[in-house]
Design a binder for this molecule. Sequence first.
Ligand SMILES: Cc1ncc(COP(=O)(O)O)c(C=O)c1O
Length: 401
Amino acid sequence: MAERTPEETLAVQGPAVERVQALVNLAAIERNCRRLRAGLGDGAELCAVVKADGYGHGAVPVALAALAGGAGWLAVAGAHELRELRGAGLQVPILVMAALTPVELAETLAARGDVVVWDERDVAAVASAGGGRVHVKLDSGMGRLGTRDPEQASAVAEQAERSPGVELAGLMTHFATADELDDGGFFAAQLQAFVRWAGELKADRPGLLLHAANSAATLREPAAQFDMVRAGIAIYGMDPFGRDPAERGLEPALELRSYVADVKPCRAGESAGYGRRFIAEQDTVIGVLPVGYGDGWRRGLSNNCDVLIGGARRPLVGTISMDSVTVDLGPDAGEQLLGEPAVLIGLQGSERITAEEIARRLNTINYEITCGLTPRATRVYHRDGLQAEQDAAGAMLPGTA
Ligand SMILES: Cc1ncc(COP(=O)(O)O)c(C=O)c1O
């Protein structure tokens, strides 16, 4: 990487420049992809799942980082997400995985998105919209999109082959319990059902792309990797099993940061926040941070999480408001904490708060934590602390010198 002047160096450790920042380390995403790729069987492709604005990280910068890290495909849920990626100049194959309205289907095919089909009607719709590449989905147990009937799935595949302008590109399924290691054999049964169906079709059509695995399946079972894996959560450095990402060598890419905007004494018996849900038992000092549920820091975290300030964990106290939260800085805290960075997700000194920890506190999954960050939390892109460069189209170019 080229030398940077100090001005070009992103002040990731410095004073806050905005009330809430979601710092996204594109180099970590690149490394996570490289690690995943290294664990794939011979010739298997990595498809980076960047739907929901790259799980809240920003679809285009993440896609570029994933491609730099060895991904050959991208996947999104809908047509507007495809449009964003194509608009940024990305020419790689992109799988559009969710159900599409006729309008969305036409837009997807026009933008050369691969679509998912499981019914004769779907193939007919693709043909009449001008044709395109399709992936037939067997519902091997997820109970969502796809057909549960392998014979119907095969019939749909054969219909696609016969339909002018339609290309049968792939066969796929999706696992319901890949992230549950004690699922009573359900994952294995799904895998077996897919192998039985897809293996037979592939025997006569070696060019077909078979894909089934999400991040959990990719990490858990090499036999589920087939020709391509569709990995989302792991490329962001979060753990699909809800454990510490470090255990699998994954590096969390996102850090959520605010700062101490005010410091005020709170005497015993005084309260902080709506509903007086925190009443000081003894004299203490309260820090006010300008972050709230309007940024995606959910109200369920009221009196229910810590924040890193001055290298130490401090309890968030009281009710989370739309724009601010209060933190108990302890009786000895003083004005010196004013303006200090406050880390809600990420590292500070030897302390660390992961999205997995926040998810546990909310009885949810890490996916929902980063997807739930709103646009008001400004995304700031960097590579291990160095500012990522921006091309003329506004896309972040990781690794450009
Ligand atoms: C069909 C499909 N494949 C792959 C993925 C990626 O899953 P994960 O983020 O668990 O890797 C998703 C995400 O929900 C999905 O819906």
